[in-house]
Design a protein around this ligand. Structure first.
Ligand SMILES: C[S@@+](CC[C@H](N)C(=O)[O-])C[C@H]1O[C@@H](n2cnc3c(N)ncnc32)[C@H](O)[C@@H]1O
Length: 276
């Protein structure tokens, strides 16, 4: 059994995303929903031919690739060597930097646009990442980021975390860190963006989902391809793992019918704002 409480949140995130199997699992399965959010991110940062765009937390390069397709000059940044290796293959026209989204070391005012696809839930200090995006943008440049919608919505994410709360081994915990859905909430996100110098933000819901022939897919996708969910799921003793998996299947059958193909929602929010 694993008690993660002695790890810092930052160490856990670095270790999990650096694990090649987690990075590959995210790219293969989980990102099928994240890919549906890419157009809103590209639109939100205002990418256009010849512009310099930075893709923070670029992962395996799904957003990077779409940014390149606009004709922009794109830099992808991520701290995971495993992710960067995939990004170099998936989106070969970009420049890649291994670094931390909260302190990139890149020059101030260099970029017309900055994106951050599903990076915000993973940085230990989101206001610091927002301030870094503001610093990197030219005046009038745009920042766009995505976060999965949180509790109170119909979502695979809610099914999985509720199943962990109900059936997981209570000794398996995460180190303290920001909430996974905090920065989808305008009451948290908008003041942080405004404090960093952004103009009033825009918030858009994207109805991303997984289409699958397996009602246990959300369990498997979180188990094999996420940092926070995976760190809670992978160390579960077999009887807890079985109960969590079954609870997720029950939710899918109850809310999305008897199959044989399920469309399972995992909606996201895209928030974008212009630098003053
Ligand atoms: C959920 S994946 C998102 C990948 C891709 N952007 C997308 O939209 O699907 C999160 C990515 O953020 C990276 N990451 C997390 N914290 C980071 C940090 N502090 N600095 C740089 N990269 C970070 C991880 O390595 C991982 O590639």
């Amino acid at each position: 059994m694993t008690d993660h409480s002695k790890d810092s949140f930052a160490e856990l995130e670095r270790r999990e995303w650096a694990t090649p199997e987690v990075a590959a699992g995210y790219a293969r399965d989980f990102a099928r929903a994240a890919d549906m959010v890419v157009p809103a991110l590209v639109d939100g940062c205002g990418a256009a031919p010849g512009q310099e765009i930075l893709d923070l937390c670029c992962g395996h390069g799904n957003v990077t690739r779409a940014l390149l397709a606009t004709g922009a000059k794109v830099t992808g940044l991520d701290f995971s060597p495993a992710m960067l290796e995939m990004a170099r293959r998936n989106a070969p026209g970009a420049t890649y930097v291994q670094g931390d989204a909260m302190a990139t070391g890149l020059p101030s005012g260099r970029f017309h646009g900055v994106t951050m696809g599903f990076g915000m839930p993973h940085v230990p200090d989101p206001p610091k990442a927002i301030a870094e995006a503001a610093r990197l943008l030219r005046p009038g440049g745009r920042f766009a980021y995505s976060v999965w919608c949180g509790p109170g919505v119909e979502s695979a994410l809610v099914y999985v975390f509720q199943a962990i709360a109900d059936h997981g081994d209570p000794s398996i915990t995460l180190p303290p860190g920001p909430g996974a859905n905090d920065y989808a909430d305008p009451a948290i996100a908008f003041p942080a963006l405004t404090a960093a110098g952004f103009q009033p933000p825009r918030r858009e819901i994207v109805h991303s989902h997984w289409q699958t022939g397996d009602p246990a897919a959300p369990y498997d996708f979180f188990l094999n391809g996420t940092a926070r969910g995976g760190a809670l799921l992978r160390p579960q003793p077999p009887e807890c793992a079985r109960a969590i998996r079954q609870a997720v299947v029950d939710q899918v059958l109850e809310h999305h019918g008897s199959g044989p193909v399920w469309t399972i929602p995992i909606p996201a929010v895209v928030i974008s704002a212009r630098q003053s």
